[in-house]
Design a protein around this ligand. Structure first.
Ligand code: FAD
Ligand code: UDP
Length: 374
């Protein structure tokens, strides 16, 4: 007899939301995670009263009122609005690309002048249907912005030419003809007051969580514990890499605790030149308007992913999508395993999208439970 209705592998947002909803309908749930803490990539460590985003800066944003209300039912959010600054060859530019950026680049003062500048550059390129990130970026903002603010950052972030990357990645960034430095277009945005751990703790309240347990170290025994498994790890690893490895981009974080109050005056500063090896410096206290006497900053170095390293970003190019599809076909036919999250779905999901996916997949699971009890 199984002891649990569900074994949830991974305590990131997907696993935590799924576990929470399952507990709410009376299911007995066990959550495991191979890391020493719950929360997956949104986990923060407190240093001198500052919540340090250990796996990269996380800003919550969404247009979906249902998702916003959902997260706010667990924790209140502050009014943080992400407005990164970019450094290129010692000059500062506002992001995303907006009237402030255009003024800094060309000294143009009106939307009309800015549009004319971009159009003049785009026209000469003759791109009709952008086929990759480079063509997409060039056709949106022209050559100057592409060369100074996109090319170097993108190529070090992804470790490959912008011509080999899918166009959708750059469409994440708004282009605006107003003086508005908000990095996101979404209606709702902020950071949980008290940090992301609070959100995860609330989601997992009353649920058994075992840390430092890798599903693959005891796959058979763990699988016997529950009627169904919710798997949020890597899909290729689940199937022993039988169709080959899916590629990821990894990151190395260098954290420094500094004896000064304010290091860079902003939470996120991007370094867009190829020659500087990190992509950005995060100063964590600014996400929560911190006034502590010290500060923690983190340099983010993109790295090649090899087995055993943390898989941060799926590389959704054609080759990897083809391999993923083969794994997906197997996954779709599993009766006892539900797959979800950034890794198992191999998608460049933001937090609100992962929560949305967890709720959708949970509702399907719930409908099946309701059917079988008729
Ligand atoms: P994860 O958080 O990766 O959780 C998966 C969990 O499963 C992990 O804890 C892992 O240890 C565990 N696990 C895996 N395999 C096993 C196994 N075999 N056994 C046991 N446990 C296992 N989103 C935003 O909305 N805004 C942002 O600003 C933002 N910034 C980001 C910055 C970076 C650098 C990165 C990498 C991502 C960012 N995201 C952001 C995306 C966000 O992190 C994800 O959408 C979300 O955290 C994914 O949740 P998840 O549960 O799918 O995966
Ligand atoms: N990007 C860029 N210059 C920047 C910031 C972003 O060229 O200063 C590009 C880069 O290709 C990156 C993509 O835009 O991968 C998406 O950026 P985002 O900030 O959304 O990335 P994330 O926070 O998910 O790493």
């Amino acid at each position: 007899m199984e002891k649990y209705d569900l074994l949830v592998v991974g305590s990131g947002l997907f696993g935590a939301v799924f576990a929470h909803e399952a507990k709410k309908i009376g299911k007995k749930v066990l959550v495991i995670d191979r890391r020493m803490h719950a929360g997956g990539n949104v986990f923060c460590e407190e240093v001198d009263g500052i919540n340090v985003h250990k796996y990269g800066a996380h800003i919550f944003h969404t247009n979906d009122k249902k998702i916003w209300d959902y997260v706010n039912s667990f924790v209140e959010f502050n009014r943080y609005t992400n407005s990164p600054v970019a450094v290129y060859k010692n000059e500062l530019y506002n992001l995303p690309f907006n009237m402030n950026t255009f003024y800094q680049l060309w000294k143009v003062k009106t939307p009309e002048e800015a549009k004319a500048r971009i159009e003049e550059q785009v026209k000469s390129l003759n791109i009709t249907e952008p086929r990759n990130l480079e063509e997409q970026a060039l056709s949106l903002v022209g050559t100057d912005i592409y060369e100074k603010l996109i090319k170097g950052y993108t190529e070090k972030q992804w470790g490959r030419s912008a011509r080999e990357l899918p166009a959708f990645i750059i469409k994440r960034l708004p282009v605006r003809f107003t003086f508005d430095n908000n990095y996101f277009n979404d209606k709702y945005q902020g950071i949980p007051i008290g940090g992301y751990n609070k959100l995860v703790e609330k989601l997992l309240e009353g649920i058994e969580v075992r840390l430092n347990v890798d599903f693959f170290s005891d796959r058979e025994e763990l699988s016997k514990l529950a009627e169904k498994i919710v798997f949020t790890g890597q899909l290729d690893e689940y199937y022993d890499y039988r169709f080959g490895e899916l590629e990821y981009r990894s990151l190395r974080f260098e954290h420094r605790h500094l004896n000064q109050q304010n290091y860079q005056g902003n939470a996120v500063v991007n370094y867009t030149e190829r020659e500087i090896p990190f992509t950005r410096i995060i100063e964590h206290k600014h996400f929560e308007f911190g006034q502590q006497p010290t500060t923690v900053v983190t340099e983010e170095y993109p790295e090649e992913w090899t087995k055993g390293a943390e898989p941060y970003y799926p590389i959704n190019d054609e080759r990897n999508q083809r391999i993923y599809k083969q794994y997906r076909d197997l996954a779709d036919n599993e009766e006892h395993v539900i797959f979800g999250g950034r890794l198992a779905e191999y998608r460049y999901y933001d937090m609100h999208q992962v929560i949305g996916s967890a709720l959708t997949i949970f509702n399907k699971y719930k409908a099946m439970q309701d059917d079988s009890s008729l």
